[in-house]
Every structure is written in structure tokens, then in C-alpha cells.
Design a protein. Structure first.
Length: 84
């Protein structure tokens, strides 16, 4: 339970329904920035749980953006490491 008696589950559901997913996928903004923009007041536990739920519900296309970004970062890391 949170301080005012509202459960984490309830706060998470309220948060997910309130934020604009178009600002989260692809990574135009992260969940925390979108929460601040919407004016929804919640703690990091709720934001983390909402992020996890949003990721598990994300479409294959939404996730592919992150996977390509991860691959690009890994490739860049190995290129830089090979020069050193």
C-alpha cells in the first residue's frame, strides 16, 4: 500500500491509462518523462511496474526499435574496443 491507502496495482493501472503510449514507443520519451508531463504523481515503484507492463504489452514493431538500438550500441562498443 502507498501512503494514502491506494495499492501499487491500482496506481499502476491509473498510470498506464493516463500516459500517452505514442510518446514512449519508439523511444521519443521515456516513461518517467511522460509521467511528469501528464502531471500524474507516483513513486518510482509504480513507474517501474508500469514500464514493465508496457514492455510486455508492446508490439513486435515497438520492441524492434529497441532491439536495433541495442545491436547498434553493441556494434559500436566492439568497434571502439577493437581499436584500443
Amino acid at each position: 500500500m502507498l501512503e494514502d491507502g491506494i495499492s501499487t496495482e491500482c496506481m499502476t493501472n491509473l498510470l498506464i491509462n493516463r500516459i500517452d503510449r505514442r510518446n514512449i514507443f519508439p523511444p521519443l520519451r521515456n516513461v518517467y518523462k511522460e509521467v511528469k508531463r501528464s502531471g500524474f504523481c507516483c513513486n518510482l515503484r509504480v513507474i517501474s511496474k508500469a514500464t514493465s507492463i508496457l514492455w510486455s504489452r508492446a508490439t513486435r514493431e515497438e520492441k524492434s526499435v529497441y532491439k536495433r538500438l541495442c545491436d547498434d550500441i553493441a556494434d559500436t562498443y566492439f568497434i571502439i574496443k577493437s581499436y584500443n
